[in-house]
Design a protein around this ligand. Structure first.
Ligand SMILES: [Zn+2]
Length: 301
């Protein structure tokens, strides 16, 4: 036995290919980490316009982006609400990964949360700001966790992460007071272009189901195909082969400029604009599926 083992040991190096060391695996997206970040963000409190909590959230986002190696800047703009007497100031937070790269993609979300839970079944709650775990929190959590992946495994091309302000600022029906950050961004940067992009909104629902959104299908079908193919590779079954009507959201400002940016949203969320939009309605599994898909879409260049 001993002799045979020795013989095999001697023969082994010559038998077949010598094993090459495996190349280091690129970092994976961690849904649990994203969910932890979501809870941390929501602990700050509602991040509605004019609140100290929103300012804290801005600092929280900017610090994390810098820690992940992004070039961070703030795009400040003013807007006068329809019923206001004067303008107020809003801030988009911009984090560029590999800022020197000419080829770029956009990953965006809004970080502001709604000032009124105006869809709450209890009328007493309708004047209080929402926690916005899913609506205003989930996209931020996915993007911060994605930035942490980029810290150790940089993307193959430039990535602009933009955290938009003033998305959920308008009173229902007053469309000119919604999507302020994305509209101001394209207005103030007329030459801004990316190869493609995604907007994440309400992507944390524990019962997540993301359908292909109408305006994205109409104006950026190749990006929809790219992302759904990435979802299949990432085994993200929340991305279903179904369509949903056109929605108003931060992607529209880009589509109007001919920049192919699609919307990822699950709008069938019973806690939409209520006091119940809290982290327990979201899940690590859902955030993980969205994060893995976006990462796969960015890497699959
Ligand atoms: Zn909202």
């Amino acid at each position: 036995m001993k002799r045979l083992a020795l013989l095999l040991g001697l023969l082994a190096p010559g038998c077949g290919d010598a094993k090459k060391p495996e190349p280091p695996r690129p970092a994976a997206f961690d849904g649990e980490r994203a969910y932890g970040l979501l809870k941390e963000l929501c602990l700050i409190g509602p991040r509605n316009h004019g609140s100290v909590e929103k300012e804290k959230a801005e600092a929280w986002i900017a610090e994390r982006m810098k820690a992940c190696g992004a070039e961070v800047s703030v795009h400040e703009f003013r807007h006068t609400a329809k019923t206001a007497t004067g303008p107020s100031t809003f801030r988009n937070i911009v984090a560029k990964f590999r800022p020197g790269e000419a080829r770029r993609v956009l990953v965006g979300t809004h970080y502001d949360t709604r000032s009124w839970a105006d869809r709450d079944p209890d009328p007493a709650n309708r004047m209080i700001p929402i926690s916005g775990a899913n609506d205003g929190g989930s996209g931020v959590a996915v993007m911060v966790a994605l930035a942490e992946v980029f810290r150790s495994s940089p993307p193959p091309l430039g990535v602009d992460m933009i955290f938009f302000d003033g998305e959920d600022f308008g009173r229902e029906g007053v469309w000119e007071d919604y999507f302020l950050g994305s509209r101001a961004w394209v207005r103030d940067h007329p030459d801004y272009r990316v190869e493609w992009g995604v907007i994440l909104d309400m992507v944390g629902d524990a019962a997540l189901k993301i359908r292909r959104e109408g305006a994205s299908m109409k104006h950026a079908p190749a990006v929809v195909d790219r992302v759904w193919a990435a979802a299949r590779r990432a085994d993200a079954k929340a991305f279903v082969e179904e369509n949903q009507p056109e929605m108003m959201d931060d992607h529209r400002a880009f589509l109007e400029k001919g920049i192919p940016v699609i919307l990822l949203i699950d709008f069938e969320y019973p806690f939409f604009h209520t006091d119940e939009d809290t982290p327990d309605k979201c899940s690590a599994g859902s955030l993980g599926q969205v994060g893995r898909t976006v990462l796969e879409a960015v890497r699959g260049q």
